[in-house]
Design a protein around this ligand. Structure first.
Ligand SMILES: NC(=O)c1ccc[n+]([C@@H]2O[C@H](COP(=O)([O-])OP(=O)(O)OC[C@H]3O[C@@H](n4cnc5c(N)ncnc54)[C@H](O)[C@@H]3O)[C@@H](O)[C@H]2O)c1
Length: 341
């Protein structure tokens, strides 16, 4: 089976994707610098799949290290590039850290892929590229709006870098996957989301509040023009998301792509409000969540959910798991993590 490099493969989405790749028989090599993950994740992946992936601890900002890696592994057929910094607020305070980590690592990898006789490349992009879209659900043709943060800008610039490179590199095929809001954990609870510090995202904040690590969840605004007044997002189970990466990779490896650079939205197609997510959590956990409505947070868009037609029909991929499934697995994961610590 083909050898696939997964950068950031010990992170939240990367680890779930490594599991799906190994389940499909791929030989996986992980690069991670452990800046936002733990080496223990390797054991979680091994417990689920029965196979320990090859792991190299490397900071992809080190160009010489990237070159040396590709010299050693000259039989890599594809790369799924998750490694990046992802905290929106931090990116506003430290833009250069974000441009350096998210852009230089991408350029160094693409430079190596250009040297190969053929290569498939999957890029972790985000629905943040659409900002507050004028029409919902959001299709891939919706205009890319001025980025709201340096983090969002790295995704837009990243997509442009890949597109420009593909135009002049017929041996390189690439897909940018624009994720909506990944949540949940593997049902075995051997892997899940491990936020360092205060969680930036709603679901880990909910589970950490329920377990007593945070006092209260603040719901930012209930006066938005939505049915219950709270913001709406498209929450996709991380296992569904991980499987989409395998399908996208196979599209490229089997030459089923229509152009050598393509983009796909990855979401469920259904928007859920913050209060609906809280209700789903309360239902599956049987616990009452301590939350309070506070003022709006600057920079929050009102509503975003995916049009899934292109991913369903062109990629041949559909989500199978529900918001309740995601909340149940996230809660089981939280309990396991806290029991260990
Ligand atoms: N989680 C989300 O809500 C979300 C949404 C849209 C897009 N994305 C993108 O998906 C990708 C994965 O996100 P995630 O949630 O799994 O994040 P994560 O932080 O859990 O995983 C990223 C991994 O990359 C590693 N890494 C970072 N910089 C590195 C470097 N220079 N060299 C080597 N390893 C490095 C980190 O240690 C971490 O293990 C990121 O590119 C992120 O921007 C995430």
């Amino acid at each position: 089976m083909d050898k696939i490099l997964v950068t950031g493969g010990l992170g939240f989405i990367g680890s779930h994707t490594v599991v799906e790749l190994q389940n499909e028989g791929y030989e996986v090599v992980i690069i991670d610098d452990l800046s936002n993950s733990s080496i223990d994740v390797l054991e979680g992946i091994t417990a689920i799949t029965g196979k320990k992936p090859f792991f190299e601890k490397l900071d992809l900002k080190e160009k010489a290290g990237v070159e040396a890696f590709f010299k050693k592994h000259n039989d890599i057929k594809g790369v799924i590039h998750f490694a990046a910094s992802k905290a929106v607020g931090e990116s506003v305070k430290e833009p250069l850290l974000y441009y350096e980590n998210n852009i230089s690592t991408l350029v160094y990898i693409l430079k190596e892929l250009k040297k190969l006789p053929s290569a498939a490349f999957i890029f972790s992009s985000s629905c943040t590229v659409y900002g507050q879209a004028d029409e919902l659900p959001i299709t891939e043709n919706a205009p890319v709006k001025q980025a709201e943060s340096p983090y969002g800008n790295t995704k837009q610039i990243g997509e442009e870098i890949i597109s420009d490179t593909c135009k002049v590199t017929p041996t390189l095929k690439a897909i940018a996957l624009r994720y909506f809001n990944p949540v949940g954990a593997h049902e075995s609870v051997n892997i899940g989301e491990l936020p360092i510090g205060v969680p930036q995202n709603l679901v880990p904040f909910i589970t950490q509040t329920a377990i007593g690590l945070r006092e209260q969840l603040s719901v930012f605004g209930d006066d938005y023009p939505t049915p219950d007044g709270t913001c709406i997002r498209d929450y996709i189970h991380v296992v569904d998301l991980a499987k989409a990466h395998v399908v996208a990779l196979e599209r490229l490896l089997k030459n089923k792509n229509k152009a050598n650079y393509e983009t796909f939205n990855l979401g469920t197609g259904t928007g859920s409000s913050v209060l609906e997510v809280v209700k789903s959590f309360e239902k599956v956990s049987g616990k009452k969540l301590n939350y309070k409505i506070v003022g709006r947070r600057e920079g929050d868009i009102i509503s975003a959910y995916a049009d899934t037609k292109k991913a369903n029909e062109e990629l041949g991929w559909k989500t199978k798991l529900t918001l309740d499934d995601a909340m149940r697995s996230a809660w089981n994961w939280e309990q396991k993590v806290r029991a260990k610590n």
